[in-house]
Design a protein around this ligand. Structure first.
Ligand code: 5AD
Ligand code: SF4
Length: 430
């Protein structure tokens, strides 16, 4: 059997695209995944372009592939960087056999046939394409509900790499989840750039909001847990939050990407909400679901961010006390508006702000984790570890380890938390 080395960078959507790549390849000819570059007949890197660093890394990685690949092995560059650099990749690195954009995954067998093929059309519509079946972990399946992104956040390259937003018809989503449940998934993760904007545009005349989609999905027998990533604060209307709170199948974990706490910067980012709106939504979520875990993304050093603006981000951090923080230094990206903004923040200053933000978040997190000791949680066990250990996630998404073996895989059990650390919890079955 042929061997595939597949490296995936970036977000959950990219991970799902990688599963689709494997599934599509297998339609033509079966491939075994390998971690060994030298063994591979096909080497694919599925790239992210949201920040600059991974792009620079791409070309050094291609150099490594070139040196270590066996004779005749092919190299493909897929994903968001493929979308925005296109044939430039082959010009800079002719060893690359094909370039396949983030919205062209279904063409993988086509580009494999012809050396130096480039398929990066961001208007290509895969929203109703019948992808093959492949999942890294069948116990918790990722399911796309939309492709592309219609927002115009001034820092973000994604609309240029993944094109306009199209929702996948709800009956296809329900069918896919039903199949996943029938092959062992008790939990599914709905994926889209702005999941709660679902229904914005279909190819058909279907009308279905995200709230209605959640209601349809929760009727699927034997599906126990629904998660989703990522929602947009702007579309967190009361109806959606009430569904989130009252639907027992929806895990009480929500990502509310802040980006900046300053209303002035939010306006320059074109996020569509103010600090006040954001705090109001988080307050409402906590009122409706006191046990909820809230995570967020914050960018520091946006071109127009002053010291006062940064302090506004710190203020929101103090008020919301996020359970998880993903924080980034602003990175100027091509095809974005902000690349032309006069940048008043040096990398050193952005670095200092990032350190301050992360240090304070760590202190908050330590206090939050202290409170987990002795709690009882329902944990869905989905990964075997070495040394007779097994891990899973609580409803709130916290990683929990217990002593146990294979028979616990795929089961939801009540666990008492006996030990805490910053990143995970230890517990005992009760
Ligand atoms: N610079 C830094 N961070 C960015 N993100 C998106 N674009 C940029 C950029 N140009 C962050 C946002 C987004 C997350 C996926 O990446 O916080 O939510
Ligand atoms: Fe995902 Fe955005 Fe990175 Fe593309 S650019 S892989 S959509 S995070």
């Amino acid at each position: 059997m042929k061997k595939l080395f597949l490296e995936t960078l970036g977000c959950a959507m990219n991970s799902r695209d990688s599963e689709h790549l494997v599934a599509e390849l297998n339609k033509n000819e079966p491939y075994n995944l390998t971690n060994n570059l030298e063994d591979a007949d096909l080497i694919i890197i599925n790239t992210c372009s949201v920040r600059e660093k991974p792009v620079a890394k791409l070309f050094s990685e291609i150099g490594v592939f070139k040196k270590r690949k066996k004779n005749g092995a092919k190299i493909g560059v897929c994903g968001c960087t493929a979308s925005h650099l296109g044939d430039e990749i082959i010009k800079r690195a002719p060893v690359v056999d094909f370039v396949l954009g983030a919205r062209n995954v279904s063409k993988i067998n086509l580009v494999l046939e012809k050396r130096h093929s480039v398929e990066v059309d961001i208007d290509f519509d895969e929203s109703e394409y019948d992808f093959g079946e492949y999942r890294n972990n069948p116990l918790k399946s990722m399911v796309n509900i939309s492709i592309g992104c219609d927002k115009q956040c001034t820092y973000c390259i994604v609309p240029a790499t993944r094109g306009e937003e199209i929702s996948i018809p709800s009956h296809l989503i329900v069918n896919e989840i039903t199949k996943a449940v029938n092959t062992g998934a008790k939990e599914i993760m709905l994926l889209g750039q702005n999941v709660n904007n679902y229904g914005r545009r279909f190819n058909s005349d279907e009308q279905c909001s995200f709230t209605e989609l959640l209601q349809k999905i929760s009727k699927i027998d034997n599906l126990e847990r629904i998660r989703f990533a990522s929602p947009h604060p702007l579309h967190m209307d009361d109806q959606f939050l009430e569904e989130f709170a009252s639907n027992p199948k929806i895990c009480k974990q929500i990502h509310v990407p802040l980006q900046s706490g300053s209303s002035k910067v939010l306006k320059e980012m074109k996020r569509g909400y103010t600090q006040e709106n954001f705090l109001n939504r988080c307050k409402k979520i906590r009122e409706l679901v006191p046990e909820v875990t809230i995570s967020t993304d914050i960018i520091v050093g946006f071109p127009t961010e002053s010291d006062e603006d940064f302090l506004e981000s710190m203020k929101v951090l103090e008020e919301v006390r996020f359970d998880q923080l993903f924080s980034f230094k602003y990175s100027p990206r091509p095809h974005t508006e902000a690349i032309d903004f006069e940048n008043k923040v040096t990398p050193e200053l952005a670095g200092q702000r990032l350190t301050i933000l992360q240090k304070r978040h760590t202190e908050i997190l330590d206090e939050i984790m202290e409170l987990q000791l002795g709690k009882e949680e329902f944990v869905y066990f989905d990964e075997l570890k070495t040394g007779n250990r097994i891990s899973g996630r609580s409803g709130g998404g916290r990683l929990v380890y217990v002593d146990g073996s294979e028979e616990l895989l795929g089961q939801i059990k009540k666990v008492k938390i006996t030990k805490i650390s910053r990143a995970s919890l230890d517990g005992e079955l009760i």
